[in-house]
Design a protein around this ligand. Sequence first.
Ligand SMILES: NC(=O)C1=CN([C@@H]2O[C@H](COP(=O)(O)OP(=O)(O)OC[C@H]3O[C@@H](n4cnc5c(N)ncnc54)[C@H](OP(=O)(O)O)[C@@H]3O)[C@@H](O)[C@H]2O)C=CC1
Ligand SMILES: O=C(O)[C@@H]1CCC=N1
Length: 279
Amino acid sequence: MPRPASTLEDTTAFIGGGNMARSLVGGMVARGADPAAIHVAEPVDALREALARDFGVRVHADAGDAVAGAGTWVFAVKPQVMRTVCEGLAARAGDARPLAVSIAAGITTAQLSAWLGGDAAVVRAMPNTPALLGAGVTGLYANAAVDAAGRERAASLLSATGETVWIADEALMDAVTAVSGSGPAYVFLLAEAMEDAARAQGLPADAARTLVTQTLLGAARMLTEAGEPPAGLRRRVTSPGGTTQAAIEAFEAGGLRTLVAEAIAAATLRGRELSAAND
Ligand SMILES: NC(=O)C1=CN([C@@H]2O[C@H](COP(=O)(O)OP(=O)(O)OC[C@H]3O[C@@H](n4cnc5c(N)ncnc54)[C@H](OP(=O)(O)O)[C@@H]3O)[C@@H](O)[C@H]2O)C=CC1
Ligand SMILES: O=C(O)[C@@H]1CCC=N1
């Protein structure tokens, strides 16, 4: 249902209300955004109802209803369905000329602009799920059709959920995706492995969970608050001939750095493949 034109600039529509949209919406509302000015289109009843219940945002089953009257359209669907979703909204985009923000891995601003009918103002954003806690980080790239006000609007929307970093070369957005978009999963994998190892050493499961999670939280806070590069922080834990040195030597012998580089290269490549597969 159309809404008054006076709300146009302030209203944000999300197309897709899954995991990442939920993190962004939750982060925005927690930091004072008006829930009534956030509209979400999501086909899954349970997800839609949970968004309305938990955050007070307006929800719709149909994307056309969500974008009506919105000045910013955030595309938060999977890369594989992005083309169909954009093409379904192209006629409306031609009339409304919204700022389009896509958070999809791989999909380029050229693809998005073409699918939305051409000459669309598109910001490609890559957030991550800690956005829900206001502790996210988002890489941003704007195409040439985005003016200064559009850049400001995109940065303001995403900065409600954490830090933002503008990326000048769009080709690097696949590396951003591989480092920080996917990155929380790498930390969760490390947490799983540390918990498994703690239990293997005989620690009870609840003690293992507390020891691991608080260690990761404390280390992450030191990384952000101590003003020292990670290598320096690591050296100050590592007593010569002590326990940490024994562990670090095992990590290095096992090729941890090479493994991390390979994992990030694989994720970067997958982003490029997602773009090519959807052309
Ligand atoms: N999860 C993450 O950590 C991050 C994800 N991203 C990107 O965010 C995007 C979404 O990922 P994520 O949230 O994990 O995926 P989800 O599958 O959790 O969410 C996408 C949602 O969009 C729904 N959907 C499908 N078609 C439409 C449509 N036509 N209109 C409205 N909604 C629709 C899906 O429903 P259904 O399931 O029925 O298809 C699904 O509920 C992806 O492009 C991903 O690359 C970016 C950064 C981090
Ligand atoms: O796994 C993915 O493809 C998405 C993009 C970054 C995080 N999740």
